[in-house]
Design a binder for this molecule. Structure first.
Ligand SMILES: NC(=O)c1ccc[n+]([C@@H]2O[C@H](COP(=O)([O-])OP(=O)(O)OC[C@H]3O[C@@H](n4cnc5c(N)ncnc54)[C@H](O)[C@@H]3O)[C@@H](O)[C@H]2O)c1
Length: 351
């Protein structure tokens, strides 16, 4: 039996982790913590497995019964809460992105190493059946040489909580690239089995809602944090090109664009076979003659169940899993280099 605390009782807690953790018999959720007490209380009402509501996470960190904490706060707080939790001797499952930049992410890894605790990151796509299949196909050489990967994560209207946490760089670390791109970069590097970065070029744009009041709103998540008197200083469009010792990667992402359509996919182009992964959906594999379509074996909520189970098991076994920070740091570095290139308006040569 593991005794845990949930820190941050917002959307990802409610939609992903609590439904997953509620299915696991060998977990006690001793605390649900949020600086906004009503949010923690409402979550407890809906998920009675939460035994106590607190507003100061230090209460959970000081409790010797707590084995592990889930850090589900806005991005900038991942660093402080995770470092405090590790120092207190707790294992941590921290949501993606690791935090707002690579330097702080590395410090988090170093603290996990120093304290001998597991630190996993919520890279849920590594636990998605379709991504796993692509990983296995590549490992078995089915693609031949993957020479290029193209990803597109573009929506017509999806700037989340305009003027709130997600669009304020000091809180989020960035926009579409850090929020959505992090998933794509991470799953690409996972399927490749890692890659050495050579050059990174990127441009980011904050165009669609530079005048927030005139942005033609359709729908968005994080609507509760929308604040047109707040800040929007992050990328709503990103385009990038990466050379590695394996495949080159092109990236196009938009939280919003003046095109009445959106798309979310990753193309893996190999000299024997190619595959299109519909993001969090089916895979189409083509060898020039035959088209095979594979539907995922499980749906989106289940990837969080797998993620939670893998983390809990790793605490018992002491074996680091695919979601461990050691395996996720390279996509955090790539994310950082893309932003560095965009800020400097020039290509970054890594080696
Ligand atoms: N894996 C995924 O696909 C996925 C999806 C959505 C969000 N996320 C990540 O999850 C994190 C949270 O996102 P969200 O959409 O749930 O945001 P949210 O704003 O809905 O929830 C965050 C909660 O944390 C609370 N909080 C802030 N500081 C705190 C502190 N010091 N102690 C306790 N509580 C604190 C806030 O009051 C809020 O209720 C983000 O890092 C986001 O990137 C991941």
């Amino acid at each position: 039996m593991k005794v845990i605390a949930i820190i941050g009782c917002g959307r990802i807690a409610r939609n992903a982790h609590l439904p997953a953790l509620s299915q696991l018999d060998d977990v006690r959720i001793k605390y649900g913590c949020d600086i906004i007490e009503e949010k923690a209380k409402k979550l407890q009402e809906d998920f009675p497995k939460i035994e106590n509501v607190i507003t100061d996470y230090n209460v959970a960190l000081a409790d010797p019964e707590i084995d592990a904490v889930w850090v589900l706060t806005p991005n900038f707080a991942h660093y402080t809460v995770t470092m405090d939790a590790l120092r207190a001797g707790k294992h941590v499952l921290c949501e993606k992105p690791i935090t707002v930049n690579y330097a702080l992410s590395k410090e988090m890894k170093q603290m996990a190493d120093k304290m001998g605790k597991m630190l996993n990151i919520g890279v849920c796509n590594r636990h998605h059946a379709s991504v796993e299949k692509l990983y296995e196909m590549n490992k078995n050489g089915e693609f031949g040489n993957i020479y290029h990967i193209y990803c597109s994560f573009r929506s017509c209207r999806s700037i989340p909580g305009l003027g709130g946490d997600f669009t304020t760089k000091a809180v989020s670390g960035g926009g579409a690239l850090i929020d959505w791109g992090v998933h794509f970069l991470d799953l690409i590097l996972y399927v490749l089995g890692g890659a050495k970065l050579k050059t990174v070029t990127c441009d980011t744009y904050c165009e669609m809602a530079k005048d927030m009041a005139s942005y033609k709103y359709k729908g968005m998540w994080a609507e509760d944090t929308k604040n047109l008197n707040g800040t929007n200083d992050v990328d709503d469009f990103v385009t990038g090109y990466v050379r590695t010792d394996k495949a080159s990667i092109s990236i196009n992402g938009a939280w919003a664009q003046n095109l009445d359509k959106g798309e979310m996919f990753v193309d893996f182009l190999g000299d024997k076979k190619g595959a299109r992964l519909a993001y969090q959906g089916k895979i189409e594999v083509f060898d020039g003659e035959t088209l095979e379509t594979t539907a995922p074996e499980y749906d989106i909520p289940n990837q969080y169940l797998e993620e939670n189970k893998a983390f809990l098991e790793s605490i018992d076994t002491g074996v680091k899993t695919r979601g461990n920070i050691d395996n996720v740091l390279e996509s955090a570095l790539l994310l950082d280099l893309l932003y560095q290139s965009a800020d400097a308006h020039k290509e970054i040569v890594v080696e």
